[in-house]
Write a protein that binds this ligand. Sequence first.
Ligand SMILES: NC(=O)c1ccc[n+]([C@@H]2O[C@H](COP(=O)([O-])OP(=O)(O)OC[C@H]3O[C@@H](n4cnc5c(N)ncnc54)[C@H](O)[C@@H]3O)[C@@H](O)[C@H]2O)c1
Length: 442
Amino acid sequence: MMRVAMIGGGYVGLTTGACLADLGHEVVCVDKDPRRIADLDRGKIPIYEPGLQPLVARLKKLERLSFTSDLPSATRAADVVFIAVGTPSRADGSIDLAQVEAAALEVAPHLADDALVVIKSTVVPGTCRRIADLIAGAVPGRSISVVSNPEFLREGSAIVDFMQPDRIVIGGRNAAGISRLRKLYSPFGKRNVPFVVTTPENAELIKYAANAFLALKIGYINDIANLCEQIGGDVRAVAHGIGLDPRIGSSFLAAGPGFGGSCFPKDTRALAAFGREAGAPQPLIELLIARNEDRMRGIVRRILEKIGQRAAARDATVAVFGLAFKANTDDVREAAGLTVIPMLQQAGIRVRAHDPEAMVTASQLLADVEWCDCPYGAAREADVIVVLTEWPSFRDIDVNRLAGSMRGQSVLDYRHVFNPSSAVSAGLDYWAVGAAPAAVPA
Ligand SMILES: NC(=O)c1ccc[n+]([C@@H]2O[C@H](COP(=O)([O-])OP(=O)(O)OC[C@H]3O[C@@H](n4cnc5c(N)ncnc54)[C@H](O)[C@@H]3O)[C@@H](O)[C@H]2O)c1
C-alpha cells in the first residue's frame, strides 16, 4: 500500500484516484474548487462516468479514498504526488501549462526530501524537465523525482480503461522515482501489462502521438464518408472492410460529425503548435484540425440546405439530439453541438435539444436553447432533426412518433442511430452520414 496525493479532482484525477484506491492504495484527492470537494464529500460525483459513483462510495467507506482542499497536509503525507490538473489550449492552439506549474509550486514546499511527483496531465515534451527545475528552484538541495506518466483512459469507459490498460508509460531519468511508480502499478505488472519506461520527453510525446493518430483515423474515415455520399456507397461497409486488417484495426473508424471532447481537439492543436515551435511542423495534423473544424461547419450548411427547401430560416426550428461529444459522458467540451447550435442561432433558427446526460453541462455553455426531457419533445414542430451523439437510447426512438411530432421531415443522422428503412417508411426524409440515400440498406 502506498499513500497517494492526487492534485486535481477532475475527470482524470478523480477516476485515477478512485482506481488507485481500488488497487489497494490510500488516496487523497485534492481540488482547489471547494464546491467540488464538498460535493465529493457528500457522495455527489461532479461528472457522469459509468461505474464511478459506486466505486467512489465503496472506497470512501473503506477509508481508502478521501477528498480535501488541504493541499499541504495531503502532500506531506504522500509517497507519490500526482498532478492531474487541466492543460487547456491557448488562443494560438499551444498548450497552457499554467495550472501544472501552479500546482507544482504549491506542492513544492510540502514535499518530502525524496518525494516522487508524477505528471499525469497531458503536457508537451520538456514539461517534466521544466517542472523538475521549477521545484528544484523553489526547494533547492532535495532529491525529488519528477516523472511523466500520461493517462490513456477514455471518458465513458474510464474505469475499465484504467483497470485494464494496454500499457503503462513511465518517463523518467531517476531510477528511484521510476521504481517507486512501478511499485505503485505493480498489480498491473503481475498481469503482464507492458511497461514502457523511457525518457520523460518520449513519454510526453507518446501521449500526443497516440491521440493525434486516433484523431487522424476519425478524420480519414470522415473524408471517406464524404466520398461514399458522392458515389452511393456506405462508409460502414468500407470501415468494416478496412478495419478487419489488423494493421489498421476497427476502432476509431466510425464516421460522424467530427471529433470533439476534452482531448483530441486540444491535443492535436498542441502537437501542431509544438511541432512548429520545435522546427518540425506537423502538416498532416494541421490539415486534420482544419478539416475537422470545417466538418462541423458543414453540418450547419447541410441543415440550412434542408431548411431552405421548407421554410424561411427565421421561422425554422432544429432539434438537436445529443450534446455530449460522445455517448456515456456528460462532457460537452468541444462537442459538435457546441459549434453547431450557436451557428444555427446566428442564422435566426430556434433550437430545441435533448441529451440523456449532458443537458446540465451544455446549458452552462449555451444560451436560448429549449432543453427537452425527451427526444419527442425536442422534435415537436421541428423542421430538421440532427443527431450528433450516439447514445444507445436513441436507437429505441419510435420514428413514427417522431415523424408525427415534426413540422418538416428531415433527419440528418450523423451517428447511424436510426434504422434507415423504418425512418423512410415513417415518411421521414432520412439522411445518414457516409451513406448516400441509394446505398441505405432496405
Ligand atoms: N478527460 C480525459 O478524458 C483525459 C484523458 C487523458 C488525459 N487527460 C488530461 O488530464 C488532464 C486533466 O484533465 P481533466 O479532464 O481531468 O481536467 P478537469 O478540468 O476535468 O479537471 C482538472 C481539475 O484540477 C483542478 N485544479 C486545477 N489546479 C489545481 C490546483 N492547483 N490544486 C488543486 N486542484 C486543481 C480543477 O479545479 C479541476 O477540478 C489534462 O491535461 C487532460 O488533457 C484527460
